[in-house]
Design a protein around this ligand. Sequence first.
Ligand code: GH3
Ligand code: MG
Length: 489
Amino acid sequence: MEKENTFPSLVGSFKDRFNLFFEKRNREELKKYFSDVITACLGDTPIGVFLFDSEVKTIRPFVEHAHPVKREDFITISVEVKKFLTEGKEEPHQFEEWTLIPFKRGTNYKGFVMAHQVLSESEIQLVQLLIQIWFQANNQLELKENNEKLAEDLGRNLHNLSVVRSIAQLVSKAQDIEHLLGLILKVAVTTVNASKGLLFLENEESKTLELIRTEGVSDRELSENKKLSISEYIVDGIHEKVIASEEPILLNDVIDPASSLQGWNSLISVMCVPLVMKNNVFGVIYLSTKEQTPPFDHEDLNVLSILSSHASAVLDQARLYTMASTDELTGLYTRRYYIQRIGDEYKRCTRYKRHLSMIVVDIDFFKKVNDTYGHHTGDIVLKEVANLIKQAIRVDIDTAVRFGGEEFVVILPETHLRGAWQVAERIRKWVEEASFECGEDKIKSTVSLGISAYPENGAAIEDLFNMSDSALYRSKKAGRNQITAIPSL
Ligand code: GH3
Ligand code: MG
């Protein structure tokens, strides 16, 4: 009786309930709401909603712990239910005190609603209607979740893209390949959240892989392992497979070789990708996780592969760039590089009021060396003088350039005129003292030098080269094998 009265009012509020189906935030919430509404609509009838679980070939509750159908009851009728299922009944079905209603839409047969009551036709229709609404709302949520996943993937791709872009930018900033390799490895490690990164390159002569850069490897570990071959860093020699197949590899739950060296076995996840240039594998990037950190997945492998292919291209470019910026005979920077570089130095000095000195060096009577001993011998002298200049300056701070035939320029940042004089004097003295051995001959040579410094020269920074060059001219005029400074010291 009571049910008769409440039923129409429930139907009356059905519109509101219908709308609420479409306001659920996720599928769990929707499930729960569906169960609640069916229970409310059917009054005090115990209801259970069960889904087929094709994986374990059984049925499971639609909402965990939320089905008032008791387990005993379920067992009692389970034989009937099985029959209902195996016969694939698609129509609502009445058992003695039970009603089973297929939970389906079209061919999408998910399970059934079970009520511990013989339901009326209109009640069954109401349940069927609710099932259809659930399917609609569920589809909508699925779409929303897919969209969110798409957005997330897109976000990740954009992130990858920005990684790729940052790699591309590195080439213009990196001063040399070594530095660039370090940056590439760093980007790889941070992008996929690796704990350790190793970069190996092939030694062109020995054709073996050499450890070039590491990231996240302690000095202690390195000094202990320095002499170890690649197979002792890398799980199961997977780099060989990577090199042979030119395909990246991802392995989970493998024993960390570093830990087994220490006498225990920790399980980690590793990735190894090839660096390929013109169909030639010239190195590998190897990354690993720490025990108890999340393992790598295929998305990580994808990211790393994209990164490594760009890194390869960038390295190739960097190689060309280095070739263009390095003089073949002397190994000093080229004039082309100087032109590119000096503008930045000038800017830095004026902007931050920094000191900058310049030395111009020219070999004395070099024409005579060529004329007397031949061009080849001249080349050897040039090379040796360049070596002396290189040794006389600070690594990574000063820049030595072969400016022309037998003329060199040295840029000395953060250096006063007095400091530049000391470097110039070192070069002058070392060349004067050196004997260049060319076969039977021992050749002596000297250099003349001109120096100038900013801001001591009292002129614009752009005049630095011209002032150093005029200083050199004065050294030549005054008899060679000497230094002239502008302003004079
Ligand atoms: P000064 O003391 O006035 O500088 O006299 P110099 O003979 O050194 O100067 P000059 O400019 O008359 O001659 C420079 C010579 O350097 C001429 C050129 O053939 C030679 N030279 C330039 N580049 C090279 C090179 O790459 N190898 C060799 N062997 N000689 C070169
Ligand atoms: Mg000369």
